[in-house]
Design a protein around this ligand. Structure first.
Ligand code: FAD
Length: 451
């Protein structure tokens, strides 16, 4: 019989259970469906589409080397896959489990449509994450609401064996069709310094990282200017690299342990969203916030013109690279939600539009964590961007890189340019801060009833 591998966020040949399962059938049809709901919907992102097209080109080349190919179609994934299963008379369709409401709904619809025709959908549940969501849940609950106990279980649980890349793929006769170019699909501007997508690039990055960078991770992960993190997030988002493989290859040094802990956050947020799909856009834990509305402040935040250098540096890094350092994500998100007291959903939407690694589980659950409506056990803490800059950008190198208006300054002025006075700020075309940081923190605590 023939099997269809519906590839989604698992664009790799190494350790891919979906592809592996299909490859063991007589004939395998790997397919990727360009889905207009994702490409044209409310969370569309030129950066992710550009990165995705790189991934598809690279995957097709790899599959062709194995004697296979990648079929690319466009439309509703359920209709497309049901049509292909009929055309090739496939008995089974394999797909990776995923946690968003959209992905679970898609799998449900597909399973129903296939079973009506006597075909089976097999959902593989440790492709996108290391542990299946819910697998580690405490006895009386459907998920862990606090990270540390989750991580203790996660670290000790046994991961499945790795799937080597299939040796050969036997294809039924098919005409795969071309891969669209950026101009056909990308709707909007792509960040100028976007990384190149694909499994080849992801594996190269991973190998280099495990050889070297990871050993400095414990000391460098929060140092903004050192760029001491793996930059694997977009490759993990599209599944160019397998999280299970990473977890198995990581050793026991301090840096490796710290890195593994960070990788577990990804699984943690996925299991929260799997159990509470509504918390993608609703407060996971409501704090009865009455968020302010201020379009000008929101626009200044998006544009990196808040007058708070570390916040502006982060927002400008996001615009130019489609990626932002984790420490800067924490500071910019805290500034929006706690210093400006604007709704976390506005911030999450902007991040989702630009982040090449953007996904609902990691993005929205992290936003809620920062806003104090999520799983943070200290929901009312407010990060002070100036203190954060002193700690994590002590010589101002990160701000200097992204905020040329201040590039000739040194600390303390580079982090507190308002010390220079209004006239000097005007001369530099750099805005005064949108809020007094101390007053803003007081306003937030009062709003939360914690003054
Ligand atoms: P590394 O430090 O090298 O970490 C390794 C991997 O661990 C990352 O690639 C990522 O997959 C995972 N990871 C690390 N930290 C986290 C975390 N806090 N939550 C979940 N996974 C984590 N990450 C995304 O992948 N997609 C998002 O849309 C996203 N949005 C975020 C929004 C906010 C407001 C915040 C505070 C964080 C967000 N993160 C998101 C988490 C984190 O910032 C990024 O995963 C990280 O910066 C990616 O860079 P890296 O690959 O170099 O990370």
């Amino acid at each position: 019989p023939t099997a269809v591998a519906l590839l989604t966020r698992d664009l790799r040949v190494h350790d891919n259970p979906v592809l592996g399962a299909a490859a063991s059938a007589d004939h395998a049809v790997p397919v990727f469906v360009l889905d207009d709901v994702i490409l044209r919907g409310g969370h569309r992102s030129p950066n992710r589409v550009a990165f995705l097209l790189d991934c598809l080109r690279d995957l097709r080349r790899e599959l062709r080397e194995l004697g296979g190919d990648l079929l690319i179609t466009r439309g509703d994934p359920v209709r497309e896959v049901v049509g292909l299963a009929e055309r090739f008379d496939a008995a089974t369709v394999h797909v990776a489990a995923d946690v968003s409401a959209y992905a679970t709904g898609r799998a449900r619809r597909l399973s129903k449509a296939l079973s009506g025709a006597g075909r089976e959908l097999v959902v593989h549940d440790t492709v996108v994450t290391v542990a299946a969501p819910g697998e580690l849940a405490p006895q009386s609950r459907d998920h862990f609401a606090v990270f540390t106990p989750y991580f203790r279980h996660w670290r000790e649980h046994h991961t499945r064996g790795l799937h080597p890349a299939p040796k050969a793929l036997r294809l039924p006769p098919l005409r795969p069709g071309g891969i669209p170019g950026r101009a056909d699909l990308v709707d909007g501007d792509v960040s100028p310094s976007l990384p190149t997508g694909g499994e080849s690039e992801g594996r190269r990055l991973l190998d280099d990282w495990l050889d070297d960078g990871v050993h400095h991770y414990a000391s460098d992960q929060d140092r903004l200017a050192r760029d001491g993190t793996s930059r694997l997030s977009a490759y993990l988002h599209f599944g160019c690299v397998s999280p299970t493989e990473i977890a198995q290859r990581v050793g026991e040094s301090d840096g490796e342990r710290a890195f593994l802990r960070q990788l577990a956050w990804r699984d943690f947020h996925h299991q929260v969203l799997a159990a509470r799909p509504g918390s993608a856009w609703n407060d996971y834990r409501t704090r009865n916030d009455h968020w302010r509305t201020d379009h000008e402040e929101l626009a200044a935040w998006r544009d990196g013109r808040t007058g708070v250098p570390l916040v502006d540096a982060g927002m400008r890094q996001l615009a130019t690279e489609g990626w932002m350092h984790n420490r800067a994500r924490l500071v910019t998100a805290s500034f929006l939600t706690k210093s400006l007291y604007l709704d976390w959903r506005e911030g999450a939407r902007h991040f989702l539009r630009l982040l090449v690694d953007g996904d609902i589980a990691n993005n929205n659950m992290n936003w809620q964590w920062v806003a104090g409506t999520g799983t943070d056990t200290r929901p009312n803490r407010v990060l002070n961007p100036t203190r954060q800059a002193e700690r994590y950008d002590p010589d101002g190198a990160y701000v200097r890189r992204y905020v040329p208006e201040l590039a000739d300054l040194a600390p303390p002025e580079i982090h507190e340019p308002w010390r220079l006075g209004e006239e000097e700020l005007r001369r530099r075309d750099y805005p005064p801060p949108l809020v007094d940081l101390m007053d803003a923190a007081r306003r937030f605590r009062a709003a939360r009833g914690k003054d």
